[in-house]
Design a protein around this ligand. Structure first.
Ligand code: ATP
Ligand code: MG
Length: 393
């Protein structure tokens, strides 16, 4: 019954002169998400509004789902657009909309009319009253309730008249591509895909780095990370993924350094290598799935020591979140089931029984001196042999 959707966006509206950039990005991202949906769609900007219009048959549910993945959208309103052909025709259209949208007429309602075009011959108040009356006449089972109506019937007088009564929530956030790029350290766990999703929701374009340690980690573990990247890419758009062979570095650290410091030292080298690719890709920051106190390598002391090697800002959107809240997001964005597949990730092979929970930078640096002979060469080899792929949803 609907041939169009009115797209509501909030935060974008406050961006002053840059507003059109945000709107244009939003239009592009909507077009991108609708590419794989059955139907012919046109996305149109009009006076601070975005409309998605359809031609011929289309899949309503798929369309709404696709729009719910577009960051920046606050609400998706299936809308009836009619020409202004006088009040009677408008009232007919409103009554027809109510009839089709609500088969059971036992509900309370309120009409909320607005005029973006002030030359319309009736005021908003007159429209509210007159349209309300027409609905009551057509469906005597309905009742008006101006305080807590079950159905709000919005009527907006614009170039075309907009009639709608449903607002499906969008994901919120900012349109992709409006905030620069960042490098996600993506592992096969639950947290990092969620962290990437959250930062990309702020309009940030994602790039990712994954460290594996063949043959200690399997091909399936690698495929799992690619699958996770693909799930995140459903929201974030294509992700350039760097797959770094970390085996020799890990073995070398294992050979030379105290085992309780392994994870921290490994983390520091991961950060350095990821930052190399981040610089190459003109990223403005890095993203991890760390959260205070979750494991030994994520105490404040450990985070400080890990962070010390980074020159770029490191964004940790999960820093203050509990696991169950992270899991809830993972389930919602459909990464959870993949994340919990039981393939070794490179850290679990080399974990110490009693990792340090309060590492001191001094002692870590002292341990790292034992790596001086070969570590630069190993890092260079890891960088040179990195496999880079583009993962698309
Ligand atoms: P996750 O669920 O994201 O794996 P985790 O709780 O298992 O997190 P850690 O293994 O301590 O935590 O990893 C902390 C963060 O370090 C991860 O969120 C991720 O950003 C990064 N990280 C860990 N292992 C890797 C890896 N093999 N490749 C890339 N990044 C990694
Ligand atoms: Mg992990």
């Amino acid at each position: 019954m609907y041939k169009a959707f009115l797209i509501k966006y909030a935060e974008i509206a406050i961006k002053g002169k840059n507003r059109y950039l945000f709107e244009d990005a939003l239009v592009r991202n909507i077009e991108y998400q609708l590419k794989n949906v059955d139907g012919n769609f046109t996305v149109r900007k009009e006076n601070g509004r975005i409309y998605v219009e359809t031609e011929g048959d289309y899949d309503y549910d798929e369309t709404v789902e696709a729009l719910q993945r577009v960051f920046g959208i606050v609400g998706i309103c299936p809308v009836i657009l009619v020409e202004d052909e006088g009040f009677d025709r408008l009232a007919e259209a409103v009554v027809a909309h109510v009839d089709e949208a609500y088969p059971d007429k036992h509900f309370t309602f309120k009409v909320d009319a607005r005029r973006a075009r002030k030359n319309y011959p009736m005021t908003s108040m007159e429209l509210n009253a007159a349209l309300g009356e027409r609905i009551l006449e057509a469906f005597p089972e309905t009742k008006v309730d101006v305080h807590h109506p079950q159905v709000m019937v919005y009527v907006e007088i614009r170039p075309m008249i907009n009639i709608y009564s449903t607002e499906i929530p969008g994901p919120g956030g900012m349109p992709l591509g409006t905030a620069g790029r960042a490098m996600l350290l993506l592992s096969g766990g639950i947290d990092s895909p969620v962290a990437g999703y959250m930062i990309s929701k702020r309009g940030v374009t994602l790039e990712a780095t994954y460290f594996h340690a063949p043959p200690y980690t399997s091909e399936r573990a690698k495929q799992k990370v690619i699958d996770l990247a693909q799930k995140v890419a459903k929201f974030s758009g294509p992700i350039k993924l760097h797959i770094v062979n970390f085996t020799d570095i890990q073995l070398y650290i294992y050979e030379k350094c105290p085992h309780e410091e392994l994870t921290i030292i490994m983390r520091r080298y991961m950060m350095k290598i990821a930052e190399h690719f981040a610089n190459e890709g003109k990223c403005l920051g890095m993203i991890t799935g760390e959260s205070i106190g979750q494991v030994a390598s994520q105490t404040m002391q450990s985070l400080a020591v890990t962070n010390e090697v980074c020159t770029m800002p490191v964004y940790r959107p999960l820093i203050a979140m509990d696991k169950q809240d992270i899991v809830r997001i993972a389930e919602r964005i459909d990464t959870y089931e993949t994340s919990i597949l039981p393939y070794e990730d490179c850290c679990t092979i080399f974990v110490a029984k009693h990792p340090v929970t309060k590492p001191s930078l001094k002692s870590i640096k002292r341990s790292e001196q034992k790596l001086e002979e070969k570590i630069d060469e190993l890092m260079q080899t890891a960088i040179d042999t990195t496999e880079t792929i583009v993962v698309e949803a």
